[in-house]
Design a protein around this ligand. Structure first.
Ligand code: HEC
Length: 229
């Protein structure tokens, strides 16, 4: 009997390990210059995410305001949340985690009847967030046998190796990739709205230093002219 419990424990710890530790993050091709994508992401945020998440530092941002993300719409005064889990502010989410993490998180929800929301997530087990994008992506379930056979042998797995799309939502997988990339692009922008300006400023500084270098070289030549003659 002892062996039975031991094996059962091992079995569950191996599969839990396979689920959380071995999922490699998918690469989100974020681009701070893709303003169209950032704006689409802002719109998605304004229609879906703002019901629960604040973006405190985006209060005076023109792109956010244009998309309809305003302080009044943010859930600032809500104190009672389901299961007492307050959805965190997402202003710095792509810095706290990475853009790749958020991108993979939004892809990797699956149906799990044992949780309060009816969903679970591959890289954030037992997350209190419901799968808000299920109507777009469709519903996914765990493809159990793959996890034990590959996961426990130490192969790295992508989220799509581990879940199966049961029923497609309103978007095709490619369209859903673009939708989540737009959201991540926007959150990445929200974390550092001045990234593009900083980059431009960087080029000006380099140009300035280059001009200065030319002037200094010319000055040196002029200065030492007499010595050489
Ligand atoms: C119904 C409410 C609700 C909506 C709508 C919602 N979320 Fe969440 N979200 C939550 C809750 C609650 C958590 C905290 C989960 C936990 O700590 O277990 C969370 C957590 C997160 C996290 C992880 C935060 C962290 O670092 O712990 C990210 C990223 C996130 N949400 C993104 C989004 C995005 C993007 C949208 C819009 C597409 C969205 N959420 C819509 C409730 C919501």
């Amino acid at each position: 009997m002892k062996h039975f419990w031991f094996c059962l424990l091992m079995f569950f710890s191996i599969s839990a390990f396979a689920l959380t530790e071995e999922i490699t993050l998918s690469h989100a091709n974020v681009n701070i210059h893709d303003t169209a994508s950032i704006k689409r992401g802002a719109k998605y945020f304004a229609t879906i995410c703002i019901a629960c998440h604040t973006l405190i530092y985006m209060r005076y941002d023109p792109i956010a305001i244009e998309a309809g993300i305003t302080y009044e719409k943010m859930p600032i005064n809500i104190t009672k949340w389901p299961n007492n889990v307050k959805p965190p502010d997402l202003s710095l989410e792509t810095e706290v985690h990475s853009p790749d993490w958020v991108y993979t998180y939004l892809h990797s929800f699956y149906v799990d009847k044992s949780t309060a929301t009816g969903f679970n997530n591959l890289i954030f087990p037992d997350t209190a967030m419901p799968d808000m994008l299920a109507s777009f992506q469709g519903t996914q379930t765990l493809a159990g046998d793959i996890i034990q056979s590959e996961g426990s042998y130490g192969h790295t797995l992508e989220w799509y190796d581990v879940v199966e799309l049961q029923q497609q939502g309103s978007k095709t997988p490619d369209e859903f990739d673009q939708m989540t990339l737009d959201i991540v692009n926007f959150l990445n922008y929200a974390a550092e709205p001045f990234a593009v300006k900083q980059e431009q400023l960087g080029w000006w500084v380099l140009g300035y230093l280059l001009i200065l270098l030319v002037l200094v070289v010319l000055m040196k030549r002029a200065y030492w002219k007499g010595e050489r003659a």
